[in-house]
Design a protein. Structure first.
Length: 202
C-alpha cells in the first residue's frame, strides 16, 4: 500500500473511531485518548492527522450531515414528478433516521455545541443551505412544469427541513409515542397544500 493510501486509510479509521466514541460517550466525553484507542493508533499519530480535537470533531460533523442530508438526495429518479421527488427525499431521510438512529443523537449533540462554537455552526448552516438549495431546485422545476403554484411554493424548502428535523428530535426523544407513518402523511399533505396551483385550487 502506498504512503498516501495508508495515510488516507488511517485518517478514515480515526474519523470512524471518533464518530463511534461521540455516539457512545457524547462530545464532552470523547477524549483524544479514547479516540486513539478506538482507532488503534498512537496519540502522536492521531495528532499528526488532526492537530486538535476541534478539527477532528468538525470532520465528524461533516460526515454526520453528509449522511443525513446528502443521501436522501442521491439517486432520485428524474422520471418522478416534483411532488414525487419530495416524497422520495422524505422517505430516504426517514430510512436513514430509523436504520441509523445514532446519527441523530450525534447530530443533536453537535447542534447543542454549535450554539457556542462558530465553526460548527458554520458547517451546519452551510449543509442546511445546500439542502434547502436542492429542494428549491425541485420546487422551481415543479413550477416550470405547472405542477406547483408560485404563490407559496417558496416556503416548501424551509418547511420540509423543519419537518424532517422535528421528526428527528421526536424519534430520539420519545420513539414509542411517535407515529412516523401519520407524521409523514400529514407532513406531505402540508407540503402539497403549499404546492397547489391556482388551477387545482379552483
Amino acid at each position: 500500500m502506498k504512503k498516501k493510501e495508508r495515510a488516507e486509510k488511517t485518517k478514515a479509521n480515526i474519523n470512524e473511531a471518533a464518530y463511534r466514541t461521540v455516539a457512545e460517550r457524547s462530545i464532552s466525553g470523547a477524549s483524544m485518548g479514547l479516540i486513539s484507542q478506538g482507532a488503534d493508533v498512537s496519540k502522536p499519530l492521531l495528532h499528526y492527522h488532526f492537530k486538535t480535537k476541534a478539527a477532528l470533531l468538525e470532520q465528524v460533523l461533516e460526515f454526520v450531515l453528509a449522511k443525513l442530508l446528502e443521501i436522501p438526495m442521491e439517486n432520485v429518479s428524474k422520471k418522478f414528478g416534483s411532488m414525487e421527488e419530495l416524497q422520495a427525499i422524505f422517505q430516504r431521510y426517514r430510512r436513514t433516521m430509523t436504520t441509523e438512529p445514532e446519527l441523530l443523537v450525534v447530530f443533536f449533540d453537535f447542534w447543542v455545541h454549535s450554539v457556542k462554537s462558530g465553526s460548527m455552526r458554520k458547517i451546519i448552516v452551510r449543509r442546511f443551505d445546500g439542502f434547502r438549495g436542492y429542494l428549491s431546485q425541485v420546487v422551481s422545476e415543479g413550477i416550470e412544469k405547472g405542477e406547483f403554484g408560485a404563490e407559496k411554493s417558496h416556503m416548501i424548502p424551509p418547511l420540509m427541513l423543519s419537518l424532517l428535523e422535528g421528526a428527528s428530535l421526536q424519534l430520539i426523544s420519545d420513539p414509542e409515542a411517535f407515529n412516523f407513518d401519520l407524521y409523514q402523511f400529514m407532513a406531505l399533505e402540508m407540503i402539497a397544500s403549499l404546492a397547489v396551483t391556482n388551477k387545482k385550487r379552483s
